[in-house]
Design a protein around this ligand. Structure first.
Ligand SMILES: C[S@@+](CC[C@H](N)C(=O)[O-])C[C@H]1O[C@@H](n2cnc3c(N)ncnc32)[C@H](O)[C@@H]1O
Length: 268
């Protein structure tokens, strides 16, 4: 059986460590504390796809260590609430909000988003979730909750890197799933669930190629810093994460797993 590998605790606990910062900068080009497949180009497109402006009230589902939510508030002056199940991520995110004088605009809460959301109907103009819903049970219920808290004419965007589009062995699934709970989907399923939850799918963007690139850069950047990372993560976890990243690269390069970005709207 595949050993459980930790990605998020070590990434968020060691957010400030030089070696983790170097890996993020080398992988993405700009450091938002990412642990996802979101390229900088996609990070720049998301605010346009969500039609963000200074009046927007935004919900980020699965905010990780908070860097991207803070970037949005800094750049657009919008209010952002970030939710994540990971305690270290949320602690780091709130610390950064204070340190950057953004606590009046941005706030983070530890929460499992598979349960109901504690917000009134129609609270947010925009909701987004970067590479998170694959970790969460009961997707259609989660989408319905997001629909409920989104304002009429609001937007919701999410990505899913686990759309199966070829033959995948049980060993590949085990390695690809070694960092935690995962749900894989068949082609067409997200589109069906989006509509079932009440949203209209506006755009679906295939980002499989850039996922392969991020996985390779992330893997290679860590490989160069093997000694320092082993000192922090331990040998077994370092190797496990390298196998995980290599499997993402192989499966997406061969297009047996695809990643899509779904842009949706709540119509009146
Ligand atoms: C691939 S990371 C993406 C983080 C961030 N969106 C980014 O772009 O770097 C997935 C995130 O989902 C969070 N997560 C997993 N299950 C969750 C749940 N049930 N509720 C809330 N967050 C969850 C993890 O803690 C992790 O921070």
């Amino acid at each position: 059986m595949q050993q459980k590998v930790d990605l998020y605790d070590s990434a968020y606990d060691n957010y400030d460590s030089n070696v983790y910062q170097q890996v993020r900068t080398e992988t993405y080009g700009q450091d938002f504390g990412q642990t996802s497949w979101v390229t900088i180009r996609e990070s720049e497109e998301i605010p346009q796809l969500l039609a963000l402006n200074a009046d927007s009230s935004v919900l980020e589902v699965g905010c990780g260590s908070g860097g991207y939510a803070l970037h949005l508030a800094e750049k657009f002056g919008c209010r952002v609430l970030g939710l994540d199940i990971n305690k270290a991520g949320v602690r780091n995110a709130n610390r950064l909000a204070m340190a950057r004088n953004l606590a009046a605009l941005v706030r983070f809460e530890q929460r499992d988003v598979s349960t109901s959301l504690p917000f009134a109907d129609a609270t947010f103009e925009a909701v987004f979730s970067n590479d998170v819903l694959c970790h969460v049970q009961r997707r259609v219920e989660v989408l319905r909750e997001i629909f409920r808290v989104t304002k009429a004419r609001g937007r919701f965007l999410f990505s899913d890197a686990l759309v199966i589009s070829g033959l995948v062995t049980h060993e590949e699934i085990a390695t690809r799933s070694s960092i935690g709970f995962y749900v894989y989907s068949s082609p067409g399923e997200n589109e069906r669930l989006i509509e079932e939850a009440g949203f209209r799918l506006m755009q679906m963007i295939d980002t499989t190629e850039s996922t392969a690139l991020i996985a390779k850069r992330w893997h290679d950047s860590r490989e160069k810093r093997e000694k320092e990372l082993i000192a922090t993560e331990g040998h077994a976890n370092f190797q496990g994460l390298q196998r995980f990243l290599a499997s993402v690269n192989t499966l997406t390069t061969e297009r047996r797993l695809r990643r899509y970005l779904y842009v949706t709207a709540k119509e009146e």
